[in-house]
Each structure stands twice: as C-alpha cells, then as structure tokens.
Design a protein around this ligand. Structure first.
Ligand code: HEM
Length: 472
C-alpha cells in the first residue's frame, strides 16, 4: 500500500473514532452542561448515544443473561458505588437508582415524584390521587377483603389447569396462564364476564400490544411498536367506555345491581368522570396483566428444576388436604394461610424474578443525596439489584425458599410490590391467585418439557411443555 493511502486511512479512522466519541458524549454534554457551574451537579453516569441513549447496553444485558445485573454493574464499576447514576433510557434522561435507601426516599415522596406514565391518572393533587386510590382499592386492600373473590378465583384457576392438561400439543405456559389471570383481573375491575365477552377479548388482545409497545423506545411513528401501542390504548379505552356506559344504564335501572368491583365503586362515588374511570381501568389492566402469569410460570419452572423442593411443597399441600373433614371438601380460603412453605416459594420467585423496573418522574428540580435531579427526569429502580445482594442473601443466585426460615422479618430491601403510597394495590389478589394455582399444580400436575432449553427461545419468558395430570 502506498504511504499516502496509509496516511489517508489513518486520518479517516481517527476522524471516525473522534466523531463517534463526540457523538457518544454529546448526549451527556447536552444534558449536563447547565449544571457544571451549579453547587449540586448531576450524578455521575453515561448517557450513551444521542436519542437511543443506553438502550443497546440495556437490551444486551437482558438478552444475554436475562437480568439487569450486568447493566447496573457497568455503572457501579465505572463510576463507583454512589447509588445513583445518570443515563438515558426509554427516550428520557434518567437516573438509575441502585440502593434501597435512595429508592425508598423516592418512592415514599409523593410531593416531588410521580409515576409519569402517559396512561397514568396522577392528578395535580395528592389528595385527589389518594381519594381515587381509596375508592379503587377498598375491595382488595387486605388479605381478608379478597376472600370475597375466593370462590370465583378458585374455580377459574382449577378449571384452567384442567383445560391446559387436556391439550394434545405442548403449551406455552406463560401465555396460557395470562388468560385465567386476566379473567381474575376483570373480576376485580368490572365484576367479571357479565360484560360482553367480545369486548373483553379485544381488551385482552390489545393490552398485549400496549404492553409490548411501552417496553421499547417511545417512537410514535408508523411501523414502530410504540405507535401501535398508542392505537391499542385508544381501542382499549373505547371498549372500557362501552362497558362503563352499559354498567351505568344497568345500575340506573336497579341500584341493587351495584357490586364489589372497581367499576361499580367508582360509579357509586358519583364524582369521578368517565374519562378518569376509563384511565383507571386501563392503568390497572396494564399493571396487572402479565405479572401473576409470569410469577406462576416461573415458580413452576423453579420447582420442576428442583424436585426436592417440589416434593417439600407438595407434601405441605397434601397435609392440608389430609386435615379436611372429608375428601369431598375442596380448598377453602383459611387454608391459604396454612401454606407457609408455599408462601416462601413465592417470595423466593419474587426475589429472583423482580426484573421490571419501578419508574418515577421528578415533578420539580430536586436535590437528592448531594446531586441535582432536574424536573422531568425519570428514576428507574431495579429491585433485582437489591434482591441479589450477597450481603443480604447468601448465594443469591440459588433458588432456596428455606432461606426465608432464617429471616425473622423480611429484609428492608425486599419490596417486590413496591413501597409507599403507590405500592402495588394488587398484591393480595396476586398472592391469593398464585397460592391457588400452585396448590392445584402441586397436588395434581407436573410440567414436562421435552427440551428444557426451548424455554430460551422467543419470547424470552416462555416455557414450552405439557401439563401432565398425575394419576390419582
Ligand atoms: C405477582 C404479581 C405482581 C407484582 C410482582 C406486582 C408488582 C408491582 C410493583 C413493583 C408496582 C410498582 C409500585 C410503584 O410504582 O411504587 C406495581 C404497581 C401496580 N400494580 Fe402490581 N404487581 C403484581 C400484580 C398486580 C395485580 C394482579 C394488579 C391488579 C389487580 C396490580 C395492579 C397494580 C397497579 C394498579 C399498580 C400502580 C399503582 C399506582 O400507580 O398507584 N398488580 N405492582
């Protein structure tokens, strides 16, 4: 090669590298420059490339290891253990929070932070948010209050497992479990399938699209998942509006038709607008759509991988059955509290599988732990980081429900349903649904995977296999 060409290529290479480097730092510079001279700077961090920010690293760490651990470690290793890092995620300048103490400060503080989702019903007044929360959750707030739904949830879960086992072909366990979980969700939200099945089928299908779109980049252009998600949100809103209208007519004709579900309680409150009712129904559907199915399928997979733990959990259920006065008596609500080991199995799954971040948005520019957080910036808390802390949990990667025996009280860093005023209102329904599914699974079924590695094929959360009914 001629000397001139070598020189040309070297200059070109250095030029491209410098340009890439400038571009890579441009995002960070653009957002940080205002705060260089201020007393409190932004937290350290890396805001990645313009527009896409850190999303490539984020998706890569999920894809390769199925956990956000390596993503979070990148910030801790590079910038030190300061507990919060600037980043650019899901189309917004963001702060990644890596300690439970800072997370709790944020999650408990309604004055400075809200959920900031486009489908959220957060009003400008904390008082009004609290009132709406009260109206929408009275029927599910405590373990006792969900007893009202026990019979229906029991029937839904029991029948669903029967149906899955009757299928000739292998099933996608997570996908299949979404259907009964959705049925339970609609029971809590609108009183079940008294509303038109056809409308709810549309809500079920469109919510899947809505969720997929909100998990990616918020690019509202045709062809992008987010754009389709915005359309799906509109369709779900239309379906719920129709259900609200029908329900109002029904109740106006006969007040006795008011029932213990979120929709009827909102209508009965009289001063909640239809628009807010619909938004709340969407918010709950979005939040409760996948979680129970995900935790149930993952618990089943953990137990199938550990036959000794499965046996222990099964024996507990058999003991419960033995204590019944007659073999014809079925599961009852009081027995749920007797499932001590199963409850630890569920906690262990929640510990290892809390993968979805909790979001908040700064309502005003705030000073937190010596750093400035500008108005509008997002916070992302990965519970997984705290749940995998070896200082709290010995061998954190190991699935070991008995670790909870030694933990007299749960660690302050363990909050799978969040903490504070916006903590998950569905936690009691979720725990009840999970206990019922797992009760029937342990007693009557096994999940057989012809090729357990298939669970790594797409979609990531799926496990393919056959639900086999055990012979009596
Ligand atoms: C195992 C299942 C579930 C898990 C692990 C879970 C976890 C969570 C978490 C971590 C949050 C965030 C809390 C925060 O932002 O501070 C949340 C919020 C929420 N969850 Fe759940 N959840 C589950 C099931 C459900 C179910 C079944 C429902 C519906 C009945 C539900 C309804 C909601 C709602 C409406 C919110 C938003 C609360 C608000 O913004 O005020 N969740 N959930």
């Amino acid at each position: 090669m001629e000397l001139d060409s070598v020189l040309l290529y070297t200059v070109l290479g250095v030029g491209i590298l410098t340009l890439c480097n400038m571009l890579k730092n441009a995002n960070g510079l653009f957002y940080s420059i205002k705060y260089f001279a201020t007393k409190y700077r932004l937290p350290p961090g890396d805001m990645g490339w313009p527009f896409i920010g850190n999303m490539i690293l984020f998706f890569k760490s999920f894809k390769s290891s199925g956990n956000p651990g390596s993503f979070v470690s990148y910030f801790v290793t590079r910038f030190g253990a300061v507990g919060m890092y600037k980043a650019y995620m899901f189309g917004s300048p963001s702060i990644i929070v890596t300690t439970p103490e800072i997370s709790k400060k944020i999650l408990m503080d309604e004055d400075n932070f809200d959920r900031g989702l486009s489908n959220s019903t957060n009003t400008d007044s904390n008082q009004e948010d609290k009132r709406l929360r009260r109206v929408t959750t009275t029927h599910i707030r405590t373990h006792g209050s969900v007893s009202y739904y026990f019979d229906r949830i029991n029937e839904i879960m029991k029948n669903s497992l029967e149906n899955f086992a009757a299928k000739e072909k292998p099933i996608y366990l997570f996908s299949e479990l979404k259907k009964p979980a959705f049925e339970v969700l609609m029971l809590i939200l609108i009183g079940g399938y008294e509303a038109s099945q056809q409308l709810l089928d549309i809500v079920f299908a469109e919510t899947a699209i809505l969720i997929r779109g909100f998990h990616g980049m918020p690019i509202n252009l045709p062809g992008f998942a987010y754009h389709r998600a915005m359309k799906a949100q509109g369709i779900v809103a239309q379906m719920f509006k129709q259900i609200v209208d029908e329900r109002k007519v029904m109740i106006a004709k006969n007040k006795d038709r008011l029932m213990a579900n979120m929709l009827d309680m909102m209508i009965d409150a009289k001063d909640i607008s239809d628009e807010t009712i619909v938004k709340l129904l969407i918010q709950y559907t979005f939040a409760g759509y996948e979680s129970v199915a995900k935790v149930a399928s993952r618990t089943i997979m953990h137990l199938e991988k550990h036959p000794d733990l499965l046996q222990k959990a099964k024996e507990e259920q058999e003991e419960i059955v033995k204590r019944r006065p007659s073999p014809n008596v079925g599961l009852n609500f009081d027995e749920i509290r007797q499932m001590k080991y199963l409850s630890k199995v569920i906690d262990e799954t929640l510990r290892i599988n809390s993968l979805v971040p909790i979001f908040r948005v700064a309502k005003t520019t705030v000073n937190l732990n010596g750093y400035t957080i500008p108005k509008g910036w997002r916070f992302l808390t990965f519970l997984w980081t705290f749940n995998m802390d070896p200082n709290t949990y010995e061998n954190p990667m190991e699935f070991n429900p008995s670790r909870w025996d030694e933990l007299e009280t749960k660690p302050a860093s363990y909050f799978p349903f969040g903490v504070g005023p916006k903590m998950c209102p569905g936690s009691n329904v979720a725990r009840l649904s999970l206990s019922i599914i797992l009760h029937y699974f342990l007693l009557n079924y096994r999940f057989e995977q012809p090729d357990p590695d298939q669970s790594k094929t797409k979609p990531l959360d799926e496990c393919i296999g056959k639900l086999k009914k055990l012979s009596a």
